[in-house]
Design a protein around this ligand. Structure first.
Ligand code: NI
Length: 190
């Protein structure tokens, strides 16, 4: 397994709508292993393929670090989501300070539906359908956004966006501190 460098927020691959994963190949299985390795190395709880520069509808999650003993029922451990879909969203919402491995050094509150109904293929490409809430629902929705070309900062109001501008510029310039490898910034062409 290898730790892959993570692309940061202004990379165009993070703004694309990713393509479906067509078939279960050795390359895809290797990619999944590498994505877990990369996610754990960055102490993340989710990682989507576009974040390592691969525009495919695939992400991995592990909500374990967030789980306390009281909410064992929402503990699914490591999960692989291939070609995921959101079938429906519940009315109830909650807010949480989200972060993203592609935007190091930033955490901001995002409001999302608490419960969602999803459909996806698992690591063996078996079709699954489930209703999720709690951490898994939160992480799923953040990662699902990645394969749709959406970032959590898109949900912020214009005031918050102004406040975080300097932090985003730091990420943009490749100078944001991160404890994990980032894709080096290309020379600026003017
Ligand atoms: Ni993210």
């Amino acid at each position: 397994m290898s730790i892959l460098p993570i692309v940061t927020y202004n990379d165009p691959v993070l703004r694309e709508k990713s393509s479906p994963v067509k078939e279960n190949t050795a390359e895809i299985q290797k990619l999944i292993d590498d994505m877990f390795e990369t996610m754990y190395n960055g102490q993340g709880v989710g990682l989507a393929a576009p974040q390592i520069g691969v525009s495919l509808r695939l992400f991995v999650t592990d909500s374990d670090p967030f789980i306390s003993d009281e909410d064992q029922e929402t503990d699914f451990g490591p999960m692989v989501f291939v070609n995921p879909e959101i079938i429906s969203k519940g009315q109830e919402t909650s807010s949480f300070d989200e972060g993203c491995l592609s935007i190091p050094g930033l955490r901001e509150p995002v409001t999302r539906p608490e419960t969602i109904k999803i459909r996806f293929q698992d690591r063996n490409f078996e079709h699954q359908e489930m209703e999720i809430s709690g951490w898994l629902s939160r992480i799923f929705q953040h990662e699902y956004d990645h394969i749709e070309g959406v970032l959590f900062i898109d949900y912020l109001g214009s005031f918050r966006k102004r406040l975080i501008r300097s932090k985003l510029q730091l990420v943009e310039s490749g100078k944001a501190p991160a404890e994990y490898p980032l894709v080096p910034k290309k020379e600026l062409i003017s």
